[in-house]
Design a protein around this ligand. Structure first.
Ligand code: FAD
Ligand code: NDP
Length: 413
């Protein structure tokens, strides 16, 4: 005999935590909600894993960063789930138990892409680290602490690569970064923006090897990586390797059952999939981005939180819930730096501010409208103003004046 719940959330990450809080706010009956998770701890704010968790001083540890502290909401500890009678089960398949539902919310997030998938051999050595969950972060942290005098190589110039490289050098570990693009964070940053961060990292001792990929690992007799070999034959000695070469949404369980698009589970503006009892949220969802009239899958925490809350609203108060109208928002914090981006990075880029003073930004102009806005070193009010620009997409024909006005343009809206 299996168990039956009104709502089952599959996946116990960020989106699941925010969905649970939203259900409780909507007064879901006790015992009606079950979260099935592959992780042994309740949902937590995943972004902490590549930031505060890896700090040499003042590091954050669970239970301090359970959801939903990321937006200043209640911290949902194991006690909270117990008090609200929300069942949390670890891996349904492992337990071989049948759990039925009236409504299923898929919040399975994503898995890391492994180097083996790019044909790299010996990529299963012990001292190669990926970072997706708190177990990965704990292993990386332990290795970093033990790595007295050792060197690290970071593969990938995206979010994980940049944040982990910063954490490693902050912990006193020399880092070489290797990635195929001509500059870091290539999907978002322009070469000019990237130059600021690369120079800053270089000043902290990070070495960049750009425009190439690794071809093989050289291992020692203990089965550990001793060096990373690049395509051109360069040999980089390595005592620890961190890999961040992207992710794939966890859709496998549903392929053939639900419509898949752009690598994710296709949902409508209510986060509902092609099966009317099934919703998908967070990294795994390919959703209509109303502002731009296209379908996208976003791999960022703000969307995970908001899409989860939106699905719950659509389930609990359908008459009051319109279509999800999301404004893309990405951010990162490394060293003492901090940037935020809102909107779409298409069209021409207009720069403002003074990067030598650590405060600079950019607007993206597409068809005479400001569609995207980026700022390093801004204040809370300035970031809110940028969000407004990206949301309103004001018309601007005088790009020189816009560059001159800089952040004042956003603040004057
Ligand atoms: P996840 O939080 O990944 O949760 C998915 C959950 O589902 C996991 O617990 C997983 O174990 C579980 N699961 C998967 N398959 C199954 C299954 N079959 N059965 C049961 N459970 C399953 N974004 C930002 O915007 N800013 C940041 O600074 C930032 N930092 C990040 C740092 C790190 C180290 C990582 C890994 C990501 C970061 N992100 C950041 C991205 C952000 O964390 C994700 O976009 C967000 O976690 C997505 O939420 P989710 O609930 O969709 O997926
Ligand atoms: P990203 O997609 O950000 O970056 C992956 C990087 O690796 C890209 O630059 C990619 O290049 C490059 N790459 C791909 N293949 C190879 C290869 N064979 N060798 C070397 N480099 C390669 O993914 P991450 O792994 O950095 O991050 C994983 C997830 O975590 C993402 O969803 C990200 O959004 C999330 N995250 C977000 C953070 C934030 O928002 N602040 C912080 C940390 C993680 P190319 O573009 O050419 O494919």
């Amino acid at each position: 005999m299996g168990r039956a719940y009104k709502v089952v959330i599959l996946g116990g990450g960020v989106a699941a935590g925010y969905a649970a809080l939203e259900f409780v706010k909507h007064g879901i009956n006790r015992g009606d909600l079950c979260i099935i998770s592959a992780e042994s701890v309740p949902p937590y704010e995943r972004p902490a894993l590549s930031k505060g968790f890896l700090l040499p001083e003042g590091a954050v540890r669970l239970p301090a960063f359970h959801t939903c502290v990321g937006v200043g909401e209640e911290r949902l500890t194991p006690k909270w789930y117990k008090e609200h009678d929300l069942t949390r089960k670890t891996l349904l398949t492992a337990a071989m138990e049948t759990i039925s539902f009236q409504i299923l919310i898929i919040a399975t997030g994503a898995r890391v892409l492994r180097l083996e998938e790019f044909g790299v051999t010996r990529a299963d050595a012990q001292n190669i680290y990926y970072l997706r969950d708190v177990n990965d972060a704990t292993k990386l942290l332990e290795a970093m602490i033990l790595l007295k005098g050792g060197k690290a190589v970071v593969i990938g110039g995206g979010y994980i690569g940049m944040e982990c490289a910063a954490a490693l050098v902050t912990n006193g570990v020399p880092v070489t970064m290797v990635f195929p693009e001509s500059h870091c964070m290539a999907r978002l940053f322009t070469p000019q923006i990237a130059t600021f961060y690369e120079d800053y990292y270089t000043s902290k001792g990070v070495v960049f090897i750009k425009g190439t990929v690794m071809s093989a690992f050289e291992s020692n007799q203990n089965g550990k990586v001793a060096a990373v070999i690049l395509k051109d034959g360069t040999r980089l000695p390595a005592d620890l390797v961190v890999v961040g070469v992207g992710i794939r949404a966890n859709t496998t369980l549903f392929e053939g059952q639900l419509v898949i698009e752009k690598g994710g589970i296709k949902v409508n503006g209510k986060m509902r999939t092609s099966n009317s009892s099934v919703y998908a949220v967070g990294d795994v969802a390919a959703f209509p981005l109303k502002m731009y009239g296209d379908v996208r899958r976003l791999e960022h925490v703000d969307h995970a939180r908001k899409s989860a809350a939106h699905a719950v609203q659509a389930i609990m108060t359908p008459e009051k819930t319109s279509d999800y109208d999301y404004l893309p928002y990405f951010y990162s914090r490394v060293f003492t730096l901090s940037w935020q981006f809102f909107g779409d990075n298409v069209g021409d880029c207009i720069y403002f501010g003074d990067s030598t003073k650590g405060k600079f930004g950019a607007y993206w102009i597409d068809k005479c409208r400001v569609v995207g806005a980026f700022l390093e070193g801004g204040s809370k009010d300035e970031y809110s103003a940028l969000a407004l620009v990206a949301r309103q997409r004001p018309i601007t024909e005088d790009t020189e004046a816009l560059a001159g006005q800089g952040i004042k343009f956003a603040l004057s809206l």
